[in-house]
Design a protein around this ligand. Structure first.
Ligand code: SF4
Length: 335
């Protein structure tokens, strides 16, 4: 913790440059010069939780929507035509409006368009994750949001999400279910950065020790407060984010690091040279947003609006190879 605090405080250019060089060298050693691409697809924005920092929370007066089968096909067709082969399916946390069966149905459709399917949905039980895995899901991302119990309680006022321990144990349930990739992270800006990141690293370390065969990834989204929200958050600078990415890479050389279009182009362009291994491209965070029909309020405003083609050309300009598929499931391997 002391070292983490020291690194976060030390903005000496020589020190930061040394950190960046080490992170870059480690990334190339373990991943080569490759960047994987994915796109998020929001299936539903119904949510039963009251997270005071989120525009989707249950008390927000918002046009709610979930995609029909026909709309899922439409959205997925558009995304796959852009060249993307790895999809992240997201829902707000409403088991009533987006039950396990609905997610299974979405995965079934996604299999027609994509070679890798991941989920970012409400935490499930082991047996439910097993069903998702057997149906074709490769990875699941779950954010603890903040590891501070005290702050967690203040930020999550109602809904199933108030159960800190159930969320904390989600990576473990995922590991038991057979899921191949587990994404973990905190939402930067909710609580003290050094404490949250320290606990995240500890959690990941425990998981790696107990379940070594799994592919882990980390992500450090910065909070974008909802429009009209009056939530007081901790601002996280670009430099702090870059240092976190570098530290994660040095401490966990084999772990993937994901960066979404929440971040501006200049930061994403720089971060892929340091430790990031997977980025989203041409994202839309509204339900039905890719087709532009019945467009809903987005969960957050995308900061990088470049097309997949532009992102590919940027990656190539930097001397890296864009990767669309680094994993393909063999049909009868799901049992
Ligand atoms: S952060 Fe997730 S669970 Fe919380 S209100 Fe937003 S969508 Fe719902």
């Amino acid at each position: 913790m002391i070292i983490l605090k020291y690194i976060l405080k030390n903005n000496n250019p020589h020190f930061v440059e040394g950190l960046a060089k080490k992170a870059r060298k480690t990334t190339i050693q373990y991943f080569g010069k490759t960047i994987s691409l994915y796109a998020p697809l929001y299936l539903s924005n119904y949510c039963e939780n009251q997270c005071i920092y989120c525009g989707f929370q249950t008390k927000t007066k918002l046009k709610r929507k979930k995609l029909s089968i026909r709309e899922m096909n439409k959205e997925m067709e558009i995304i796959s035509k852009s060249g993307i082969r790895s999809i992240l399916l997201l829902t707000g946390e409403s088991q009533k409006m987006a039950p396990v069966g609905y997610i299974l149905e979405a995965v079934n459709i996604a299999k027609n368009y994509f070679s890798s399917i991941s989920l970012e949905v409400y935490p499930l039980e082991v047996e439910e994750y097993q069903k998702q895995f057997q149906n074709g899901v490769d990875g699941v991302t779950i954010y603890q949001e903040t590891y501070s119990r005290e702050q967690y309680k203040k930020l999550h006022l109602s809904g199933n999400k108030i159960n800190y321990d159930f969320r904390y144990k989600t990576p473990e349930r995922l590991a038991k279910s057979g899921i191949r990739m587990i994404g973990m992270g905190v939402l930067l800006g909710l609580s003290t950065i050094s404490e949250d990141v320290y606990e995240l690293f500890r959690h990941l370390e425990q998981m790696e020790k107990k379940y070594p065969g799994i592919e882990y990834s980390l992500s450090f989204p910065r909070l974008i407060p909802p429009i009209n929200g009056n939530f007081e958050y901790i601002a996280v600078s670009d430099l702090t984010l870059v240092k976190l990415i570098c530290m994660a890479r040095i401490l966990f050389p084999r772990v993937g690091i994901t960066l979404s279009t929440r971040e501006k182009p200049h930061l994403r362009d720089h971060a892929i040279l340091l430790g990031v291994t997977k980025i989203s491209a041409a994202s839309n965070t509204s339900v039905g947003g890719y087709a532009g029909v019945n467009e809903q309020n987005p969960q957050f405003e995308v900061q990088d609006n470049r097309s997949v083609r532009e992102i590919i050309s940027l990656i190539k300009q930097k001397g890296y190879d864009p990767v669309f598929t680094d994993w393909r499931r063999i049909e009868n391997s799901s049992g």
